[in-house]
Design a binder for this molecule. Structure first.
Ligand SMILES: Nc1ncnc2c1ncn2[C@@H]1O[C@H](COP(=O)(O)OP(=O)(O)O)[C@@H](O)[C@H]1O
Ligand SMILES: [Mg+2]
Length: 364
C-alpha cells in the first residue's frame, strides 16, 4: 500500500511545538503537503519569523515522517506567518502592527532602554519587521543608543504622516527627534496623552511584526495612555537584582495586571559581572532573586543580562551590543531573551493570554 497524506499528518500530529504546547497539525503549521509515491514535501509554517525553536521543530518533523514505511525522500521548507496578539476589532491606531510589546520597569536606570533597543535589534536579526518607539518623554535615550540625532525626520510621501527613522533594520520614533537635546518637556497628563496618541496616529509605521515600546520608568500617565489607546500584546519587565530585592519589579508587574496587559516575563539586567578578560562570572549582587520573584508572581523568567562594559560602550557609541558585538556574552543573552519573548507573544496569540500563566517557560 502506498503512503498517504493522512499517514504523514498522523505522524506529524505527534510533534509538539514546545513553546505552544500543541502539535504542529492542530496549530495549522503544516502547509502544502504533497505525497507522490514515496516523495513527501511540505512547508512548516512558524508562528513568528523569530521562532525560538525553528530548527528543533523542523528536525522533529523530519524524524517523525522519516520513521514512516515507504518514505523515499523528504523535503521540509520553513516559512513564517507572524501571528498577531492584536484583536480583530478595537483600536484603529497602527492597525498594521501585529504585536505591541512594552518594555517597562519600576524605576529608571535599570537598563530599560538598553534592553528595548537590543530586543528590537535581535528580533529584526531573526527576520521580523520591527519598530522601536521611545515613549520615555522625560528622558528619551533611544536616539543616543542608536546613534540618531534630533531634527532629521521626514514625511512619508503617500500618507503625509511622519516617517520613522530607519537604522539597524528598525523603524524608530522618539520624542528625542522632536525636542532639541538639552531641552526638557514639562507636561501634564492630558498633554502626555496627546503626545502618545500622536506617535500612533501621525506616524507611518506600516506593517510590523513587532513594535517595541520603551516606556518611562514607574507607573504613570504614559503607561495609562498607551494601554488605553492601543491593545498591548504584552510587557517585558526589566529589573536589576537589587530592585528585585526591593520589590520594584513587583510594582511594575502589578501595574500591568491592573491595566490588563499580559506580562510576558521578567528580565534581570546587570545580573552578574561578566569579566571580559578572564570570562569569569561574578554574582556581584547575589544570584537567583529575579528568577524566584518571577516564579512567586507566576510570570516567566526571560533571562539574565550580564553587567558588562561592552553593553554600555556599545550604547555610548550608538550601536546596541547585539549589533556591535554579536558574539559577546551579553549579545547572546539578549538574543535568547528576544527569542523567549517572541515565543511568549506567539503563545498569547495562538492560545490566548491565559495560556501565559499556565504555560510558564522552562527556566533557561
Ligand atoms: N547590562 C549592562 N551592563 C553595563 N551597563 C549597562 C547595562 N545595561 C544598561 N547599562 C548602562 O546603564 C545606563 C542606564 O541604562 P538605560 O538603558 O538608559 O536605563 P533606563 O532606560 O532604565 O533608564 C546606561 O548608561 C547603559 O549603557
Ligand atoms: Mg530609558
Amino acid at each position: 500500500m502506498s503512503l498517504t497524506s493522512e499517514q504523514v499528518l498522523q505522524a506529524l500530529s505527534a510533534v509538539n511545538d514546545p513553546e505552544l504546547g500543541r502539535d504542529v497539525v492542530t496549530l495549522g503549521m503544516i502547509k502544502d503537503l504533497t505525497v507522490q509515491g514515496g516523495k513527501v514535501r511540505f512547508t512548516l509554517e512558524l508562528t513568528t519569523p523569530a521562532c525560538p525553536v525553528k530548527e528543533e521543530l523542523k528536525a522533529s518533523c523530519q524524524q517523525a515522517v522519516a520513521a514512516l514505511a515507504g518514505v523515499e525522500s523528504l523535503t521540509v521548507e520553513l516559512s513564517a506567518r507572524q501571528r498577531a496578539t492584536r484583536p480583530a476589532l478595537g483600536s484603529e491606531l497602527a492597525r498594521e502592527v501585529k504585536n505591541l510589546l512594552a518594555v517597562a520597569s519600576g524605576k529608571g536606570g535599570v537598563g530599560k532602554s538598553t534592553v528595548a533597543s537590543n530586543l528590537a535589534c535581535a528580533l529584526a536579526a531573526e527576520g521580523a519587521r520591527v519598530g522601536l518607539l521611545d515613549l520615555d518623554v522625560y528622558g528619551p535615550s533611544i536616539p543616543a543608543l542608536l546613534g540618531l540625532k534630533h531634527g532629521e525626520l521626514a514625511y512619508h510621501e503617500d500618507t503625509q504622516l511622519v516617517a520613522p527613522m530607519e537604522k539597524f533594520g528598525l523603524k524608530i520614533m522618539s520624542m528625542g527627534f522632536l525636542v532639541p537635546p538639552g531641552q526638557s518637556v514639562i507636561w501634564r497628563g492630558p498633554m502626555l496623552h496627546g503626545q502618545v496618541d500622536f506617535f500612533f496616529r501621525k506616524v507611518h509605521w506600516g506593517e510590523l511584526d513587532y513594535l517595541v515600546v520603551d516606556l518611562p520608568p514607574g507607573t504613570g500617565d504614559v503607561q495609562l495612555s498607551l494601554s488605553q489607546l492601543v491593545p498591548l500584546g504584552g510587557a517585558v519587565v526589566v529589573s536589576t537584582p537589587q530592585d528585585v530585592a526591593l520589590g520594584v519589579a513587583t510594582k511594575a508587574i502589578n501595574m500591568f495586571e491592573k491595566l490588563k496587559v499580559p506580562v510576558l516575563g521578567l528580565v534581570e539586567n546587570m545580573s552578574y559581572y561578566a569579566c571580559p578578560h578572564c570570562h569569569q562570572r561574578d554574582d556581584v549582587f547575589g544570584h537567583g532573586g529575579a528568577r524566584e520573584t518571577a516564579s512567586k508572581l507566576g510570570v516567566a523568567f526571560l533571562g539574565e543580562i550580564p553587567l558588562n562594559s561592552q553593553v554600555r560602550q556599545a550604547g555610548d557609541e550608538g550601536a546596541p551590543v547585539v549589533v556591535a558585538r554579536p558574539d559577546s556574552a551579553a549579545a547572546q543573552a539578549f538574543r535568547a531573551c528576544a527569542r523567549l519573548t517572541a515565543g511568549r507573544l506567539s503563545v498569547a496569540a495562538v492560545e490566548g493570554t491565559d495560556a501565559l500563566k499556565s504555560n510558564l517557560l522552562p527556566v533557561p
